[in-house]
Design a protein around this ligand. Structure first.
Ligand SMILES: C[S@@+](CC[C@H](N)C(=O)[O-])C[C@H]1O[C@@H](n2cnc3c(N)ncnc32)[C@H](O)[C@@H]1O
Length: 363
């Protein structure tokens, strides 16, 4: 396992984001509009090439140092010509570079495609290039026409059931969700003090990666990991790795029926954006019924900024529309949803990742 890169402060991350947006706008102005447009239109080629590199495990092959394309092609059982053309494309985008002998090696960007880096993006790359995901995206036109999600129409079942029913795709999907949690968890635990809580319930907590990191920093707290039966069946490894499994119970169920009672912190990370306002009110209503009177609800996710600022939330909003019929929400939309479920928004904490922590108390 490679070392965790140092964490920037939320303020430094915000300043870097503003600078990047300015540079991007400046770069676009330097290009003739058709050329700038063509670059955006063909961005999917880059996504697919990254995904193929991730699928093949090219970055893992380069973990110990530079290798020639011939060596890689032999080890990976692929065409040397095909691989060389893909590596050339990705090296042009700074993912690989060539040494003086023409051998390929990893850049800092390329390191993120290894499977064993702390914030590996390999699973996300595999998910976004998977035939299933690509097929879903081919239905965006219909999602925009109707304002309705399309996975259910295409698959005959909703996105969660599809991930559960298709083992290979489900494994890629769950790994991708874990990698998103890994990306954000250091930023979340650095930005928010969880030590005042005695019982921390992670609702829809997946395999427990975030809860494990939080419990590792709160030695006096107990945890409850709650998710669907098929998901918790494979959960627990992150809790054991952090040596917090003895302080954490795992419960199976649906947050539309109930959530475990008696917690004084309820975390919902990456949950509410998957659901309609009505469904979110139902989930939050169940948390409201279960939470202790002095407890805190923590919604962790993206917040759509006002105006036309470039922000990851706007991309993921389309993903939510297409896949599940949910949405990314603005600050005022969060406040309104919370109020409708008997909560008052008390604070919004930015983190060094794009994620924010929206804190609310029961009223
Ligand atoms: C996008 S993932 C987020 C997982 C985790 N909180 C994280 O941030 O990595 C959504 C999670 O909600 C869970 N989920 C979906 N429907 C659920 C339900 N009805 N009850 C409980 N969990 C559910 C999924 O199994 C999945 O683990």
């Amino acid at each position: 396992m490679t070392k965790q890169p140092p964490l920037r402060s939320a303020r430094a991350a915000r300043a870097a984001g503003t600078l990047r947006r300015k540079l991007r706008a400046w770069e676009q102005r330097l290009m003739p509009p058709p050329a700038a447009m063509l670059e955006m239109i063909t961005a999917g080629i880059l996504t697919q090439a990254i995904s193929v590199a991730a699928e093949l495990g090219v970055a893992d092959q380069l973990a110990d140092g530079p290798r020639s394309a011939a060596h890689l092609a032999k080890n990976l059982h692929v065409s040397e010509d095909g691989l060389t053309r893909m590596l050339r494309t990705l090296a042009a985008r700074g993912i690989f570079r060539q040494d003086a002998h023409g051998r390929y090696e990893l850049t800092a960007l390329g390191q993120t495609l290894r499977c064993d880096t702390p914030a590996s993006m390999r699973a996300m790359a595999r998910l976004f290039g998977s035939p299933e995901h690509r097929e879903h995206w081919s239905h965006l036109l219909e999602a925009v026409r109707t304002g309705q999600p399309q996975v259910e129409k295409v698959r005959g079942m909703d996105a969660w059931s599809y991930a559960g029913a298709n083992a290979a795709y489900g494994a890629v999907f769950n790994d991708a969700m874990t990698s998103m949690s890994n990306l954000a968890k250091a930023a979340i635990t650095a930005a928010y003090d969880f030590t005042p809580f005695h019982t921390i319930v992670d609702v829809g907590g997946g395999h427990g990666s975030l809860l494990a990191a939080i419990l590792a920093r709160t030695p006096a707290a107990r945890g409850v990991l709650y998710d669907l039966p098929a998901v918790v069946a494979g959960a627990g490894e992150p809790l054991r790795r952090e040596k917090v499994d003895s302080r954490c119970s795992i419960e199976a169920g649906s947050f539309f029926d109930q959530v475990p009672a008696g917690g004084d912190a309820y975390i919902l990370k990456g949950i509410i954006h998957s659901w309609t306002d009505e469904q979110v009110r139902q989930i939050l209503g169940n948390v409201r019924a279960a939470i202790k009177p002095h407890g805190r609800l923590l919604l962790i996710g993206l917040i759509v900024p006002p105006g036309n600022t470039a922000h990851m939330s706007k991309m993921f909003d389309l993903e939510m529309l297409l896949m599940v019929g949910g949405r990314e929400r603005t600050g005022p939309e969060h406040r309104q949803l919370l109020a409708g479920a008997g909560f008052e928004l008390t604070a919004v904490t930015r983190t060094a990742s794009p994620m924010c922590i929206v804190e609310a108390k029961p009223v």
